[in-house]
Design a protein around this ligand. Structure first.
Ligand SMILES: [Zn+2]
Length: 349
């Protein structure tokens, strides 16, 4: 799956190039206009040189920062490190203690801000990157004010989260409000989800292909077949075996075959007037449902780079859950979502 690359921002004590564009008029010629030594917080660097320049076109003066430095006292490298230490499981208090042990003076509060900033950077970085295959799933996490239901969208191309929001997975309108802008902005062509009817109709409305996660599919079908095995008369058991085989092999013509099997079963009277479905009716229902949805089980077969399970999404949710278990509390809902987004993206910087 995704390879985790830990690459921290570089920090230079002096800018290695002159500015190229004036921040106010976009002019391109400058005079140096003095400079000053600035103390910074960083694991390696104590102070850097920051020059001022004056634009020859509009006379605006501005600071030109060396790589890894901006207005803040902490360097970009230290901020990234503090956020990563939190993602790895330390509390904000422990991040403070850890860095103080290395004589880098940061506070709990700034470690919290660094994690929030990291989430914002992840969002910015992903904003304009197209996503072809989007994994979507709901989860319960320990969050702000107790358990929170969240929805997570993952770029299954690189295993990175692209969006997270407090959305009830069983509310079709809410799920649509979450997914529709993502699908449009990112140019998504396939979504991978659980076998919920809500996703199927939504995929149709949004005009994207829909791959149902095979793990979820097999889990519920196997359970269904086990129940039928107990209640169904022996003469039909060969059909259960055939359904199992079809799901294992997922052949193109599976839908047709399931429909043929469906036609062989005489229609019962169950389901109407409140009568419970007989085992045979249950088998008919299963055959029809699988036959109708067959195309959604095998999108991976003809669409490039579509996984046949939603594992990539579950991995990210797993990281979020692991991290949120030990968080003492978030300051607010946004703080929680940012924390989860940072945790879900792991160590990728
Ligand atoms: Zn200018």
């Amino acid at each position: 799956m995704s390879i985790v690359v830990l690459k921290l921002p570089d920090v230079k004590v002096i800018a290695e190039s002159r500015p190229t564009r004036c921040p106010s008029c976009k002019g391109g010629t400058f005079q140096r206009w003095g400079g000053q030594i600035r103390n910074v917080k960083d694991p390696h660097v104590q102070a850097v040189m920051v020059y001022r320049y004056r634009c020859c076109q509009c006379q605006h003066t501005f600071r030109h920062y060396p790589e890894g430095i901006d207005q803040a006292q902490q360097t970009l490298r230290l901020r990234a490190l503090a956020a990563l230490a939190w993602v790895l499981g330390l509390s904000y208090r422990s991040v403070e203690t850890l860095f103080n042990a290395f004589r880098v003076d940061i506070s709990r509060m700034s470690a919290w801000r660094d994690t929030q900033e990291r989430a914002e950077q992840l969002r910015q970085k992903r904003k304009w990157k197209p996503v072809r295959v989007l994994g979507v799933d709901g989860a319960w996490v320990r969050g702000w004010g107790g358990q929170q239901g969240v929805m997570v969208a993952i770029d299954l191309g690189n295993g990175q989260p692209v969006a997270i929001a407090c959305v009830d997975e069983h509310n079709p309108q809410a799920v649509r409000r979450f997914l529709e802008p993502l699908v449009k902005q990112l140019g998504v062509s396939v979504i991978v989800t659980d076998d919920l009817a809500l996703y199927r109709s939504l995929a149709e409305k949004l005009g994207v292909e829909h791959q149902v996660c095979q793990f979820h599919l097999r889990r519920w079908v196997e359970k269904y077949l086990r129940e039928l095995e107990k209640s169904l008369s022996d003469e039909w058991h060969w059909m259960l075996d055939e359904i199992k085989k079809l799901l294992d092999e997922l052949p193109v013509e599976g839908s047709k075959r399931l429909f043929e099997l469906w036609k062989q079963i005489p229609q019962g009277r169950g389901g109407r007037s409140g009568e419970p479905l007989s085992p045979l009716d249950q088998l008919r229902y299963l055959l029809l449902r699988l036959s109708e949805h067959w195309a959604n089980y095998r999108v991976f077969d003809w669409q490039k780079d579509v996984p046949w399970t939603n594992n990539g999404t579950e991995q990210v949710i797993g990281r979020m859950k692991m991290r949120s278990r030990t968080v003492r509390g978030y300051k607010n809902k946004n703080g929680m979502l940012n924390g989860l987004l940072s945790a879900g993206s792991g160590l990728v910087s």
